[in-house]
Design a binder for this molecule. Sequence first.
Ligand SMILES: C[S@@+](CC[C@H](N)C(=O)[O-])C[C@H]1O[C@@H](n2cnc3c(N)ncnc32)[C@H](O)[C@@H]1O
Length: 470
Amino acid sequence: MGRAGPAGPTDDESARFAAIVEHRLGLTFGPTDRARLTQVLLQRTTARQAPTVSGYLDSLERSGEELSALAGALTVGETYFLRQAEQFSVLTRTVLTDRLARPDRPEGAGPRLLSAGCASGEEPYSLAITMRDNGYPNAQIIGLDVNPQALAKARAGRYTSWSMRAVPPAVQRRWFDQEDGHFLVKPSLRESVEFRPQNLAAADPAFWQPRFDAIFCRNVLMYFAPAAMAQVVQRLADALLPGGYLFLGSAETLRGVTDDFELCETDGCFYYRLSDSPRSATVRVVPRGLPARRPSGPDRESFGQVLELLRAERFAAALGVIELIDVPAVPPRSLWDTEVMLVRAMLLAHAGDLSGAGRDAHRLLGRGGAVAADAHGVLATCREADSDERGALLHWNAAVDADPGFALGHLHLGRLTRFGGDQNTSDRCYERAAQLLTSESERRVLLFGGGFDREALLSVCRTISRAGRS
Ligand SMILES: C[S@@+](CC[C@H](N)C(=O)[O-])C[C@H]1O[C@@H](n2cnc3c(N)ncnc32)[C@H](O)[C@@H]1O
């Protein structure tokens, strides 16, 4: 007679299993996934030939190997080549141009890229293809994942046509050989990617050192519990070089998780840039029960449109679109709410609704630091629109007190003090603005640059401060 399997898990055992999975893998499961979790618990107990579920749970708490097997059973490895192709194009057109032009970059150092949660390898190989096709043959690319079966498949580099569905035929021919209806990554490309087993939820200070120009961590964080996600984001920040870039999946956001990154947008593609000097060494952990507010897809799309309309100085149209985004009428608690409220405040100021703009700006003041500086910038704009130059001056002074790195704050101080006849102070402010402008965020240039781009603003500051010195 066959050996009877273990009895099904009790509610307490299922809850203990969920707690171990969250603690050791960072993964969280909602009530609708509980049946699947219980099924995996029973399957793994049987596969490990543990006499009881409770005995299996004891061994799981000790064993790293079983944890990896579990990750394979619990995570979704769905991926394909050149997924969200616009991100690869932003990587070469914008991100690497910025990274390679940095004055602190060692001569000849090629791009260093990480695919975190690389599944069966399509993402890091897509990075490798992008690097080779765009003239970066010396790029270094690492793919990591907690699932050893997925990594074995990645190293083998053998894929079905389903994985290739977004790859143009010319790229297929260049980088893949065909064999038995499968696509094999060409050896030269395969050799350019290093795969390593790594659990994002586990501390490993030796690995998480600043070394990458950009990290792709897409469609991974969405499975993480809020506190674990905050820790992973801190690890990713630790692994980026100053000013390095982070790409997330389209349903993922850092809003409400950390202030160390700024949101960037190019042609409707959103991504993040690590501040050159992150404001906090630790990530703000979002407590359980108060999840980070995640914008819906339509809200993110609308916000992209708002930024485009703002860039084109179509303020009324931008205001019409931003009104569609739901933002609570209270001081914002997440970065997403903060950003939307700030942009809305500036649009209201441009449209002449100074009391609406002031109301939003006062809600933002409470967040302190750089956000308060931006809020003072809005209030200064309102004062000036009301022909109150003195009030505007007070708010621009408060803005640079709140954030001394606010280049456009110094620039407006330079403009207003010159207007008031204080040329010495004005020259100093323009000089300071010129020093800071190259690292000013795109968002601030857009909001407070008066319709000028960075280059034009820089040239104004340099010309005026040079004239002041001569
Ligand atoms: C949906 S796939 C994403 C693949 C690829 N990044 C993409 O966007 O196409 C999610 C991957 O995250 C990995 N993953 C989940 N938890 C992880 C952890 N704690 N550490 C490392 N990888 C993890 C899973 O094994 C899976 O391969």
